[in-house]
Design a protein around this ligand. Sequence first.
Ligand code: GLN
Length: 248
Amino acid sequence: MCRHLGYVGPPVSVGEMLGAGTHSLVRQSWAPKEMRGGGTINADGFGVAWRSSGRWSRYRSAQPLWSDPAVPEVLADVASGSIVAAVRSATEGMPVERSATAPFVGDGWAFSHNGVVRGWPDTLAPLASELPVADLLRLESPTDSATLWQLLRHALGVQTPEAAVTALVTTVAREAPGSRLNLLLSGGDELWATAWDHALYARVDDTSALIASEPLDDSDGWQPVPDRHLVGARPGHLILTPLEMGDP
Ligand code: GLN
């Protein structure tokens, strides 16, 4: 399963954030600790989105994070106070291509999915059938994660982030039992994430908020997110809410 992280706080170097900590996202791309049976390394591409001047910019690649020279040569010189990054271990049968790599961005949001929708695409077809056909034609890649993004993006047009993320995870968990649904969403000033059958941690202090699949270092501030919980985080604020599968 992929690994992801979200950061909100004082501006930092985007490239340095990818390599920050003794167990950085770069390290998690080749030596993750908590894959829980979902693959071994995250070598099927990586992506990073950062907000600057009110809009998200993004760099993605189908190469492993550890071997892309754009990280030290370009991204190290870019600064931002809002970052979402992901390294990918493609689910069996899904394409390894740049467009399949999180983060997905649009309408002021950046999104990543760590996990798998069991039975995709059939299990998501009933939900996807409610989307406008033009949105389905805009699917970036034929993957479960890109479909989740299109569903969430649509919901964010009419619901709060908390409501949209909660409804998506609980509905997909019901329609596709056994799915792993760690979602991560940033609006730039706040992060929302879910732990649904996969590892997730948060570290929040008065100036910054970090959410990551695995702690980036051994410092005390990392708090494990209990399974089946929604996290809302921004500097000085962390809230954990239980997620319950609703009735069909
Ligand atoms: N299922 C998604 C994909 O293939 C996410 C993969 C993962 O979390 N390992 O892109």
